[in-house]
Design a protein around this ligand. Structure first.
Ligand SMILES: C[S@@+](CC[C@H](N)C(=O)[O-])C[C@H]1O[C@@H](n2cnc3c(N)ncnc32)[C@H](O)[C@@H]1O
Length: 185
């Protein structure tokens, strides 16, 4: 029988993120499925990718490996995470394509150029304000992946905008309703 999942080239960083979180007591909960993000980036033929929530670089590296012509901008406020992510990205030979921006999402986003092909929100519960800023940075027809949608509170308003309005075409990526994939209409 074929295995259900392929190998994850960044399994070591995924495991290091779990170990770091246990020591640091922080919110570096790595995304479950880096290979899925890699394939989505490739399917979108992404040239520019934006990520909110770097942690140790697991998903930024997954995106970059899936879309070999893409650059990735990823944003992180925790100085220790930024240092570890930059080390991991350099060790993987991806530092010419991945930029880790240190700072609060709300402070960094206004300095970025619009026109991203893919954006990924993985920085705690999504909020309507950040969601609106991400929409402004994404090109029409671009792909937004929103994690942590089942966190309640502000996440409920974001879920409503993604699924009930006319600005996005959305589907859930997992059975527990945690992550949505959406196309900007
Ligand atoms: C769930 S982790 C990201 C996991 C990463 N995408 C992965 O799968 O390996 C969320 C990260 O976002 C960062 N973060 C949370 N809120 C933030 C904010 N307002 N501005 C900048 N970084 C933030 C946290 O420090 C944490 O490292």
């Amino acid at each position: 029988m074929l295995p259900m999942t392929g190998a994850d080239p960044f399994a070591r960083i995924r495991a290091a993120t779990d170990a770091h979180r246990a020591r640091h007591g922080c919110s570096a909960y790595r995304y479950d499925n880096g290979p899925l993000l890699a394939v989505l980036a490739r399917a979108a033929n992404a040239r520019r990718i934006l990520e909110l929530g770097t942690a140790l670089g697991y998903t930024a590296l997954s995106f970059a490996s899936g879309a070999p012509d893409a650059t990735v901008d990823t944003v992180e406020r925790d100085a220790e995470h930024v240092r570890l992510a930059r080390d991991n990205i350099a060790a993987a030979g991806m530092d010419h394509r991945i930029t880790v921006h240190e700072g609060e999402f709300a402070a960094v986003l206004p300095a970025l150029d619009p026109g991203y092909d893919v954006a990924f929100f993985d920085g705690g519960a999504p909020t309507p304000g950040l969601h609106k800023a991400l929409r402004g940075l994404l090109r029409t027809g671009g792909t937004l992946i929103t994690a942590n949608l089942s966190h309640g509170g502000t996440a409920d308003a974001v879920r409503k905008a993604l699924f009930e309005g006319k600005s996005w075409r959305s589907a859930l990526l997992d059975a527990d309703g945690e992550t949505a994939i959406s196309v900007k209409l």
